[in-house]
Design a protein around this ligand. Structure first.
Ligand SMILES: [Zn+2]
Length: 351
């Protein structure tokens, strides 16, 4: 079967230092991939590490933090990196439009080499960034290129990338519904919506001051088995082994889920959850997609009723406590039976 190559595939190849012209002869290119290939061929940078004098067929030394200043600068200004800068601007725009960021909050990072990453600048609204605003840093957070200062929260992204070698991109923001769960210290309950089960693996990291190495370390401790970390009293960070848009998708999926669960819990009816067998089916899909989850390998009977692997999570929305004067709280059958029994006793005694 012929291989279909998309724009994303080409960008992935460049990021991994591969030559975009070494495609199978019969590969089919999508229209955007064809345009992109034409553009980089005319600029002579069809290979990752673009701008460092690479010519087709010649070995290229990938750019690292130890490359010369001139090579780093050329790489930073290459068409391949420009395409990734545009992607970051686009994801920033989506974050702002969906009200997942406020003020200058939120940040985005893409790994572009063995020990280097492209990231957003500090003190800028994520909705209105330009490619020229982007920064290049090494994995310790030292800035290598870019005129604006890199985000102070980059340390967390870099610690994720160091601890989770599969992480190629990460997104951090403050989506209100998911952040509300993070403020309450409640992990969203599971077993309700397939997309959430398949694409997100959630855990909560304790609060530390944003931008500190301590905060990054607490998040990094969780990224082996989770790709979506609720940061207590702060926000959310996601990482992807595919690309930056995929990291952003996890944010949309999490936020929509938290919102839906919250609304469902207010409808006055117990919510329906999927069965362990149904969940097992979704986990198989998840494993095939290469997405981590601490539940892989658990028996079906353990999937929905095991508070050791994910403390506090059960396959049901926590029962509403029923605030005083609230008539919308779901009735508690046991309490109702008790009230009935007492009433009956009083009635029979008064006869
Ligand atoms: Zn933040």
């Amino acid at each position: 079967m012929k291989q279909v190559i998309s724009l994303r595939d080409l960008q992935e190849m460049l990021r991994n230092g591969k030559d975009a012209r070494s495609l199978p002869a019969d590969a089919l290119l999508t229209p955007s991939a064809r345009d992109f290939l034409r553009e980089i061929e005319t600029s002579g940078s069809a290979r990752g590490g673009a701008g460092n004098g690479a010519r087709a067929g010649h070995p290229v030394t990938p750019i690292t933090s130890r490359s010369s200043k001139a090579d780093i600068e050329a790489f930073f200004n290459s068409p391949a990196i420009h395409a990734l800068k545009l992607q970051i601007c686009e994801i920033g725009r989506r974050l702002w439009q969906r009200a997942y960021v406020d003020g200058n909050g939120g940040n985005i990072a893409i790994r572009v080499g063995e020990d280097i990453a492209l990231c957003t600048p500090t003190l800028v609204s994520k909705g209105f960034m330009k490619p020229a605003d982007m920064c290049l840093v090494d994995l310790e957070g030292n800035q290598l290129a870019g005129t604006m200062k890199r985000t102070s929260e980059i340390l967390m992204h870099l610690q994720i990338m160091k601890r989770q070698p599969r992480a190629v991109a990460s997104v951090h923001c403050h989506p209100p519904y998911a952040t509300a769960f993070a403020v309450a210290g409640v992990e969203p309950p599971t077993c309700m919506i397939p997309e959430f089960e398949v694409f997100a693996s959630v855990a909560i990291a304790p609060y530390r001051t944003p931008g500190t190495p301590e905060m990054g370390a607490l998040v990094a401790d969780l990224v082996d088995k989770h790709n979506t970390i609720l940061m207590a009293n702060h926000g959310v960070v996601t990482w992807s082994h595919n690309n930056v848009e995929d990291a952003y998708f996890k944010m949309e999926i999490l936020e929509a889920y938290c919102r839906t669960v919250l609304v469902a819990s207010q409808l006055g009816k117990p919510v329906n959850t999927m069965t362990p067998a149904q969940l097992q089916d979704l986990l198989k899909i998840k494993q095939n997609l290469g997405i981590p989850d601490p539940r892989f390998g658990l028996k079906e009977c353990e999937l929905c009723d095991n508070d050791e692997w994910r403390p506090g999570v059960t396959c049901a929305v926590p029962e509403r406590s029923g605030a005083p004067g609230s008539s919308s709280a779901a009735p508690d059958p046991e309490a109702e039976a008790l009230v009935q029994a007492i009433t009956d006793q009083i009635m029979s005694g008064s006869k």
